[in-house]
Design a protein around this ligand. Structure first.
Ligand code: FMN
Length: 187
């Protein structure tokens, strides 16, 4: 079964992007294995750490490489992606020539408390993914303006127009990833 890895750009336990990602994941069609990929154990990248390559970085790269496609749900911090996510992407790009996102179909969305819906962060992320040679879903762009009231206590979406946005993104992302799957990624 093709596997989708979901990366949340925030490490906050109360992350609104994690909440949105979890809700979005409920709308992914059947026929995909879904796993949330965690980068919170990674050290801050510097190239000197490559001399004794950290086990956490191996685990992180394996988690990306064993997925057939990736969905990234990111907040916007200071008009870009959070530093923690950038750090994780930098680790994924190393060692030279072994970028984990190379050829990996990827879909991007983001949520913010502001009306811009993490638009600038998503655009910066698209630049990075282009550099990684990751085919990236163009549409639908999903700039999610977070409103806590549309989520129930169990995290489910209570409002049909919000559900339609998340369902539309999830179905398009699954179709995009599915269209790139020739054979499941090796575990
Ligand atoms: C350091 C910092 C910078 C932020 N910068 C932006 C920003 O540039 N644009 C924006 O829409 N929201 C910004 N916000 C507000 C975030 O949208 C809000 O904190 C949101 O909860 C972050 O998502 P998360 O809960 O998933 O981490 C910023 C928040 C923080 C903590």
């Amino acid at each position: 079964m093709p596997r989708i890895g979901i990366i949340v750009g925030s490490t906050a336990s109360a992350s609104i992007n994690r909440k949105v990602a979890k809700a979005m994941a409920t709308y992914l069609p059947e026929g995909f294995e879904v796993e949330f990929l965690d980068f919170s154990a990674l050290p801050f990248y510097n190239y000197e750490l490559e001399a004794e390559w950290p086990a956490e970085a191996t685990a992180w790269k394996n988690s990306i490489e064993s997925a057939d496609g990736i969905i990234i749900v990111t907040p916007e911090y200071s008009r870009s992606i959070p530093g923690a996510l950038k750090n994780a992407l930098d680790w994924s790009a190393r060692p030279w020539g072994k970028a984990s996102f190379n050829g990996k179909p990827t879909a991007v969305m983001g949520a913010s408390v502001g009306a811009s819906g993490a638009a600038m962060a998503q655009q910066h992320l698209r630049n990075i993914l282009a550099h990684f040679n990751a085919p990236t879903m163009g549409q639908p762009e999903t700039f999610f303006h977070f409103n806590a009231e549309v989520f129930g206590a169990d995290g489910s979406v209570q409002d049909e127009s919000t559900a339609a946005v998340l369902r539309g993104f999830a179905e398009a992302a699954a179709a995009f990833i599915g269209s790139h799957v020739t054979e499941p990624a090796s575990a």
